[in-house]
Design a protein around this ligand. Sequence first.
Ligand SMILES: [Zn+2]
Length: 478
Amino acid sequence: MVVVSFRLYNTLSGLVEPFVPLHPGRVGMYTCGPTVHDRAHIGNLRTYLAEDLLRRQLEAHGLRVTQVMNITDVDDKIITKAAAARLSLAEFTQPYLDAFLRDLALLGVEAAAFHPRATEYIPQMITLIQRLIDGGHAYMSDGSVYFRISSFPDYGRLSHLDTKGLVAGASGRIDADEYEPKEAVRDFVLWKKGQQGDLAAWPSPFGWGRPGWHVECSAMSMDKLGETFDIHCGGVDNKFPHHENEIAQSEAATGKVFVTYWFHPEHLVVAGGKMAKSLGNFVTLSALLERGHDPLAVRYLLLTGAHYRHRLQFQEEWLSAAEKDVERLANFWRRCEQGLALGPAKESAGDPLAAAAQRAQGLFEAALDDDLNLPDGIAVIFDLLRDGNRLLDLGQAGRVGCEAALQALRAVDSRLGVIERLAAVEDHLTEAESALLESRAQARRDHDFARSDQLRDQLLALGIQVEDTKDGSRWHRV
Ligand SMILES: [Zn+2]
């Protein structure tokens, strides 16, 4: 058993637990992916960003993560919209899938190893449903197949439901539910009756039809990751009934534990309400980009604005503050990179920036190890940034300190995923700025200090602060 210092909240236990992978050194992680019939909004994207943070944290601990993110490319809405547009499912869903994957890439979300599409796993779903029927956990009724919840006593364990209510529901028919001839009202559909020639219908031992949403994720996850795997992720609204049903189907079929850790990031809210397509209050990433926002600032705000298990109130104005924050981080990164060219300002062991950076890095890791507390972790890094800039201004930090600060920033960025990308994009001077710096260096070589001071003021007016140290001049943006 390999125990890493990372602790993660597990919805199943309701506790923050030490993370222990099922197999030393590797982790299987399944993410409920999008239903591709519309553009994703940033509330959806916040969930994928939290999952990206989790994956990066596991990787920072040296674990090899196999992430699977499914694509739901068949459901009622897709069928209705595709039919209205006179397109096949594949023709209708592909542009939404492309847009979704583009959004994830713009936000710096690491790509999953597999993106199984529901329509490509119909045989695995049929096999799973057949196993459930054979085991007495599912039954056919009027051409559809339903899961028999009364056959799975553990039902409700994930969402901590009152199972007595469910048992009562299971004991009698609810007549009002006339369209679904189920034994019990809570029983959910595994296979929906259809007809040959429907836009979405496949032949099966139970007749023509199509799978229910819940069984899709059980079949795809177990096909890719095995009957028992480490982490299952999804937005908090997936907890019930989707994930509860996945556990029931999977464990009833295999007799094994399905998943050891359940990960549920909270909603993004707008003016007190959940951001949702159905409420019409949603914002897409492309809309924010059209209004001039940087995708890295969106990533930063959605990751650091609140802990992933807390709701995050979204206000577009906050993106401006996020843009300033990431710019400050990138500037500090660049300043430390320039500092590498300097000789040590003082004895290596005594560089105060090195000491501050090591301390900050330790505190950052401790915060991330505590159930991915990135908001606390990033606060520590801004303390380092403030202290580091002051030490550099005073000429009290040298190469060793800059190296240590860069090492800390790299560690932070392996989770945050914005600093280096931004520093790399803008880590250059314009030709005019370079010419001014060069003229100033020449003036200093000529001992023309009046001109050198004048050029320094000119550069400062452009937002470039120049400092002279015994090892030469360096600059940073202010
Ligand atoms: Zn799912």
